[in-house]
Ligand binder design. Sequence first.
Ligand code: PGA
Length: 255
Amino acid sequence: MGNAARKPIIVGNWKLQKTIAQALELVTELKNALTQVRDVEVGVAPVFTAIASVAKRLEGTPIAVAGQDCYWEDAGAFTGEVSAPMLKDAGASHVIIGHSERRHLFGELDAAVNLKLKAALRTGLVPIVCVGETEKERDAGETMGRVGAQLDGALAGIEADAAGKIVIAYEPVWAIGTGRTATNAQAQEVHAFIRGRLRERVGAVAETMRIQYGGSVKPDNVAGLMAEPDIDGALVGGASLTADSFIKIVRFKRT
Ligand code: PGA
């Protein structure tokens, strides 16, 4: 890992999985195993309906709770949406924004990601902004162009002092849920590009911003990824659904 100013951040993205009872069972195991973890920021992102119960169970522990999305208005006639202040009210401190499933399955555009990011920042939630290219874009040599455009879209109008709070997650779409992780070098190449683009946009604060890798992160590949200078954490889907594998990932240094 490149920089002592950047505390690694590892978050489990549960997606549309786990009832409240199943969520509580999992976080109880995590809580017991990870109470002492102070050198890594750890979080879980349950479905909206489980957030309040999970946050309550994790009170007083270092494990944070994240929403998987949020709307950009705080309240109003927006049937079906959940806002950043509502997430905070339920006990969340972080929120994932612009996940590739939101972008590709639900048509979410960079402009919406930007509004959601601003809502998270004004609410005081730590935003985790996801970017990443499809396989077609990678094969066509468009990886940096795509990721750069997503960053520019997401960060439009964001000043340097606010940017320091933002976490970026680089998740190549072809590596999500496929078992096909990017190689350490492939991931590092894009992470370095992202940090360079952040530096152009917000200056020196880019050195303090965490950039997570996501896409088939597992106990046996996390340490190699985390050893790269610009990889500061992981956004973990499938392997975050069982306590055993998520705990191993969080403890990557000791395995
Ligand atoms: P995965 O998902 O670890 O199952 O590939 C990662 C993500 O979508 O955040």
